[in-house]
Write a protein that binds this ligand. Sequence first.
Ligand code: GLA
Length: 697
Amino acid sequence: MTKSLNLKRFELGVCYYPEQWPETMWADDYRRMRELGFSVIRIAEFAWTIFEPQEGTFSFDFFDRAIDLAHQHGLQVILGTPTATPPAWLTSKYPEVLNVTQAGVQYQHGQRRHYNYNAQIYRELSARIVRKLAEHYGQHPAVIGWQIDNELNCETNVFYSAADNLAFRSWVQQKYDSLDALNSAWGAVFWNQTYTDWAQVNLTGPTPSDSPNPHQALDEKRFFSDSVIAFARLQSDILRELAPDQWVTTNGIFGHLDSHQLTEEALDFISFDSYPNFSTIFPAPGPEPLLDRRWSWNLSIARSISPNFCVMEQQSGPGGWVNRISQPTPKPGQMRLWTYQSIGHGADMILYFRWRTATVGTEIYWHGILNYDNRPNRRIREAAQVGRELETLGPLLVGTRPMARLAIVSDYDNEWDGELDLWHGPYTRQSVQAWFKVLQYRHIPVDSLNLRPTTTLEDMLKYEVLVYPHPAILTEDTAARLAEYVKQGGTIVFGCRTGYKDLRGQCYMVPMPGPVAELCGVTVEDFTRLETTQRAPLVRWRGDKTNGLTIAAEGFNDILQSVAPGARVLAEYDDEFYKGSPALVLNNSGKGRSYYYGAVFNEKAADALITEIGLTSPVARWLDLPKPVELCVRERPETGEKLILLLNYSEETQTINLKKAATDLLTGKPAQGEVQIPPFDVLILAEVTGSPITASP
Ligand code: GLA
């Protein structure tokens, strides 16, 4: 069951830290927030010592005053549980709660997220503070929901304390039951790693060449994820018991954490922290980079967990820590643009990070809406504009959901295995970037679909096309479900390195692509990894719509044999010792099709495949859009009514051409023909039903 944010009205707000400001400022802060149209604040996620100044002594006065005053001003409150930052009294008395690096170095008090999830005393003290908070605020009229911890697995997502090691041992014992089964799953016969006693089984440690047993490393990541989920469950069970009318979420999506399972087991919906300038400071290689628009992919992942979600932290200023690479300030209009980027991808509640920039600590350069000087500025004016606009737009948006006809498929097993295994992990990242960019520039909305044992045929059939770039790990069960999807009319696209590993990360002794060889009508005869310095072999395409294209087959080359009688070779290598071998094969089965491409997808290959498959923009018939404008479509499930969000990420005015009548929802005026979108601006349209499409000029 998908867990989605389900609101009656759009909520806009801000993260606030009353403990970082003189109390005399609170009333003025709250008043100004209300003037901006904010209805909600998030507070207290780092304030454990204020609630529990000494072990077992609890005090709520401070936050009672902050919350009651917020309530008086008409603000709702999301309360953070403070477990991301254990008090100094706690870590000094119980150092076993501290996290330890793989090399054995114990983290110390002074930053955050320096604890581990498995120390029994930390679990007890965390449960107790959450219980006290829930008892105290579980019925408070201002408190609408809870954020568990803060960004679980941010800062670090590996855990090697003694408590983690012991917990891992029990975890593997439970999973494998016998040492024989463990030895077999981890391929321990290789390099004499066979275990003869459970006491010898540990988390991975430092190894020569930094190269642990890959099957053990994969299990370790599953264990880390289970540890986080158990820790979140510990808290959410208490919140559900004592605060049944308030919802529970957490913020962010980080490594070594199955956020889908976390949401399923512990939350009401996921919240995401949206900092699009991270995509600008680490741009993807290649021409016409997507920059901050690339961040839209992360938002797509958030909505694969909760179709409507909350953005708990929306970037509202330049980012930077004292010792961490800094980000440029959002240009005029960009903060508002990014807010609509979140909305376009499914957010129904957005809180800016943060109200005012901290004047102390590591984040004095992670700017909020207001600067240190607290004077009105351009960012506050932009927030006010968003607040005003959402008064009218909010009711139209709430309950609508982004729609897409294509999904890029992923799964945690391949993600985690691919971190260590360079023979497939990096390819997935490259291919996803290529597909996403091409789809963005062709204005074809794309979803992320996390393929899980619980994913149903119906979940898959929502999409006409699934792109599963390089699922090295592929089980018979998944293959059977994908085959059924194709049989019922779906189109699936695979790239190289598909289907050669099982869930343990061990290689199948059958021709690749293993469990989907029959579906794809193809086997891999031979293969080679391409060196980065090596010129990628050219491939000649001869599909119905791609005949004559020549595209480099990058990264890795599967040299294919087209085996099924009905399978059709759509492209051949034109280079190397495998010149003339198939590089792309199409196979029809039932009502659907599968494409197997033997390389890593670059933009040209993704573009050619979209053309070959025949997928077009859902607005292609009536809307001409230039490349720098992102298209998002939000649809009301009950009526099919659509809102079209057009976001201009560029510094130049963009002209779109509307070939039928629409309403500009921000101005309420009709729009048709050529319409300009100024730099960093947005246009939100509703189609006028029944209006005819005029011929292109
Ligand atoms: C994260 C955290 C915040 C803050 C911001 C900016 O999203 O949740 O507490 O640290 O980053 O760095």
